[in-house]
Design a protein around this ligand. Structure first.
Ligand code: NAD
Ligand code: UGA
Length: 474
């Protein structure tokens, strides 16, 4: 007989914890899902009456929150309480790259995971299944087990099973990915615990899609999946740069290779470089692990994927600058600040580095993004909160106000020297270029780093166009 799960606690109400538990609650009405977090503002945003104020933007999320919140989906700051009531606990906290100590700059910082394990060991009651939902270095299960067992004092002490269940959702399509996953991965050694989690997923995922492995394979498979995906992006970006210099077109090359079923057509869009909170940190973690286990060649192979990505982002700034004698005083519209479309997340967004590069050369930026808030852009561009407030008070551009957030209307385009498309938001593909060309300075430039504009229409409107990976334009 498998273990009965009635109450689940998820520690961490972030980009993974929030959407994941929402879908679980929607699909498993007999189970209570308690999502807990130490961040008071985040929890109050999850509990906001105004659903447009949720801390995370994901298509389809509002609909599920409306249905489940208060029914079997609870958001709260009562972490200890959540732990003591749960039969199964997901650890879904952040695992950033370490900034100091052994492995700084590469290894994952596990301090939040360790602190969760300590809290669980202190407050859990009876038998509890502890599930690693966060992305973790291979063999972290050992560390968690050590912490959980260190508190064991008597025969009545709580007992634990440790299971790995990494999350594969992509931001922007999180709800769809959770509702229709390619696969669910569950790793561990206790069959009852594995099946208990498998049964929860079984409410909406077919058995064939649930893969059971040992704990270490599951932990490593998650890092490997992200490394392979990021590697494809760096690979196609490297070819895009070659296309620009040879008269080839990266879209044609991608189509030609993607039809080979061994290669496949996905993840072959050349762009400004991969962003997001995970690809870089997970590959660096893999590099650290490889070096740690005495495999420097493996480490340097994967590190080159990140190096190529950094180079690609810098390359785009240089290309923009190369089209002008100097960008000092030039007014440049930035279309898109999120790291990809359909999310308000800006972590590691290529837009951050590219905007910083342009600002440092004296450009004046008008930034648009349909979901990213001005305050977030300000933080990302390195302004202090005081500077941000000063900028907000002033109506004019001044020394501090070298950038401003704009709506997507005439005011943004008027008298701009260039427009740079950095995120593939759908609205940018619908821009009427013949109208925009009249508002921009002449000769205006459009830099399309996402290949979403109709190049013929842009060129017909008299604008100059640079498009990523397009060697036919030179
Ligand atoms: P996040 O930063 O958005 O959320 C993590 C949350 O955990 C924060 O709200 C933080 O306050 C909370 N937290 C930290 N320590 C805590 C503690 N001791 N008690 C209670 N709350 C605590 O992070 P995220 O993007 O949701 O990522 C979480 C994990 O999932 C990471 O390991 C990441 O690599 C992995 N992952 C992320 C994605 C993604 O798309 N963002 C996808 C798959 C996997
Ligand atoms: C990625 C993985 O796709 C998820 O499976 C994984 O769960 C997640 O990381 C994670 O562990 O955090 P995510 O970062 O949300 O998801 O988004 P992706 O769609 O993978 O895009 C990552 C970056 O690569 C974006 O900046 C995107 O614009 C870029 N990209 C992606 C390209 O430039 N070209 C492509 O063809 C695909």
């Amino acid at each position: 007989m498998s273990l009965q799960i009635k109450k689940v606690c998820c520690i961490g109400a972030g980009y993974v914890g929030g959407p994941t538990m929402s879908v679980f609650a929607d699909k498993c009405t007999d189970i209570i899902f308690n999502v807990v977090d130490v961040n008071v503002d985040r929890i109050s945003a999850w509990n906001s009456d105004d659903l447009s104020n949720l801390p995370i933007f994901e298509p389809g999320l509002e609909r599920i929150i409306r249905k489940c919140r208060g029914r079997n989906l609870i958001f709260s700051n009562e972490v200890n309480n959540g732990i003591s009531e749960a039969d199964l606990i997901f650890i879904s906290v952040n695992t950033p790259t370490k900034t100091k100590g052994e492995g700084a700059g590469k290894a994952s910082d596990l301090k939040y995971v360790e602190s969760c394990a300590k809290q669980i060991s202190k407050y859990a009651k009876g038998h509890t299944i502890v599930v690693e939902k966060s992305t973790l270095p291979v063999r972290t299960g050992e560390l968690i087990k050590g912490i959980l067992e260190s508190q064991k004092s008597s025969i009545k002490s709580p007992t634990f099973d440790i299971v790995s269940n990494p999350e594969f959702l992509s931001e922007g399509s999180a709800i769809k990915d959770l509702e229709f996953p390619d696969r669910v991965l569950i790793g561990g050694s206790n069959k009852k615990a594995l099946l208990a989690l498998g049964e929860i997923y079984g409410n909406w995922v077919s058995k064939e899609k649930i893969i059971y492995t040992n704990l270490w394979s599951s932990e490593l498979a998650k890092l490997t999946a992200n490394a392979f995906l990021a590697q494809r992006v760096s690979s196609i970006n490297s070819i895009g740069a070659l296309c620009e210099n040879t008269g080839a077109d990266v879209r044609e090359v991608a189509r030609a290779i993607g039809t080979d079923s061994r290669i496949g057509e996905k993840f072959l869009n050349s762009g400004p470089g991969f962003g997001g909170s995970c690809f870089k940190k997970d590959i660096l973690n893999l590099v650290y692990l490889a070096n740690h286990f005495g495999l420097p060649e493996v480490g340097s192979f994967w590190e080159s994927v990140v190096e190529l990505n950094t180079w690609n982002q810098k390359r785009l700034s240089s290309i923009i600058m190369s089209k002008f004698n100097s960008v000092r005083g030039k007014v440049i519209g930035i279309l898109g600040f999120a790291f990809k479309a359909n999310t308000n997340d800006t972590r590691e967004s290529p837009a951050i580095q590219i905007c910083k590069d342009l600002l440092s050369e004296g450009a004046i930026l008008r930034i648009h993004d349909p979901k990213v808030e001005k305050k977030q852009i300000s933080i990302d561009l390195g302004q202090s909160f005081k500077e941000y407030l000063l900028c907000n008070q002033s109506k004019e551009f001044n020394n501090l106000k070298k950038w401003e957030k704009f709506s997507l209307d005439k005011e943004l385009f008027q008298d701009t020297d260039a427009l740079v498309i950095l995120t593939e938001w759908e609205e940018y593909s619908k821009i009427n270029w013949s109208v925009i060309a009249n508002w921009m300075k002449s000769p205006g430039w459009v830099f399309d780093s996402r290949s979403i504009v109709d190049s013929k229409k842009i060129l017909k409107s008299g604008l100059n166009l640079w498009r990523v990976g397009d060697g036919t334009l030179n």
